[in-house]
Write a protein of this length. Structure first.
Length: 301
């Protein structure tokens, strides 16, 4: 059995840890509220913009208007954007992204990786550390983007991916990130960013049926509107992805720190019980020694 000094030292250590996890939980909760507000405000705008693009696309003659972001090519080079966090202590937030990214690579891009044409663009220091240590081809320009997350910085990263695709540097761009559902639930998803995916035949037929009676007026013209709205939509989509990941990170961290605080509380109960038992055993031993000494003196007298 451990002595009193050791148990007391462990109690003090766990108590200090519990205070830290409580503080981290409160900080994460405050950041989560802000992040949740941002993604809640962004989602309706993003969805409406996507709806507008769908409506415009339905009335656009694809032969007259060239959309370089929808060009489907043989997949020779791939850019995989992996969105993680800058810091740890957020449960399985990062590990789930690593597993998802590797599953996507194994299922879809195994041949591309074998040819050395798979590139990882990590957004977040944890992703950069993980993939760079494992020998992947890294595009590290935006690894620290979360240190100053705003639409301007996100737009720069999106423009890099978009320009690289248009110029033929990459034939496909895919994003792996955590989608925010609620505080306790984050879902690792992989979405194709480029080329823009066309709707399925059923969706196109349904959309054309719904829009059959609608007549659109384009000012100044279809080509101008299409060329303006598609790049903007892609940038908004990219920014929304980062906001989803940021909210998911704070939710995961708050949940992890809450569980750590509870675990510290349970450990403190066990340590205090051990401390009391050890102290009681020490007192009992001292009493027995005193009684034994008194009896020895009495017999000797």
């Amino acid at each position: 059995m451990a002595n009193l000094k050791e148990v007391k030292g462990r109690i003090q250590s766990v108590t200090s840890t519990q205070q830290i996890t409580k503080a981290m939980k409160m900080v994460a909760a405050a950041k989560l509220r802000r992040a949740q507000d941002r993604i809640t405000q962004m989602r309706p705008y993003s969805q409406k913009l996507s709806s507008i693009i769908g409506n415009v696309s339905a009335g656009v003659d694809s032969e007259q208007i060239d959309n370089p972001y929808a060009e489907v090519r043989d997949t020779q080079k791939v850019l995989l954007v992996v969105v993680t966090s800058d810091r740890g202590l957020c449960g399985a937030f990062n590990s789930s992204i690593f597993k998802k990214a590797k599953a996507v690579i194994a299922e879809k891009y195994a041949d591309v990786e074998a040819a050395g044409n798979l590139f990882i663009m990590p957004v977040g220091k944890k992703g950069y550390d993980h993939f760079s240590k494992r020998g992947y081809n890294i595009v590290d320009t935006y690894a620290e983007l979360f240190s100053d997350l705003n639409f301007e910085t996100a737009m720069e990263a999106a423009e890099f991916a978009m320009e690289s695709f248009v110029e033929g540097v990459y034939d496909q761009v895919e994003i792996v990130y955590n989608e925010f559902k609620n505080v306790a639930t984050q879902i690792a998803v992989a979405e194709q960013f480029l080329p823009i995916q066309n709707d399925s035949a059923e969706e196109q037929e349904e959309e054309s049926t719904n829009n059959a009676s609608e007549d659109y007026i384009y000012e100044p013209n279809q080509a101008f509107i299409f060329s303006e709205i598609v790049p903007k939509s892609l940038k908004i989509q990219f920014y929304k992805t980062l906001l989803e990941s940021n909210a998911s990170e704070q939710g995961a961290r708050m949940t992890a720190m809450d569980q750590a605080t509870d675990n510290a509380g349970e450990l403190l109960k066990e340590l205090r019980l051990t401390y009391n038992r050890t102290r009681q055993a020490a007192i009992t031993k001292e009493i027995l020694e005193i009684v034994g000494g008194a009896e020895a003196l009495a017999q000797g007298g």
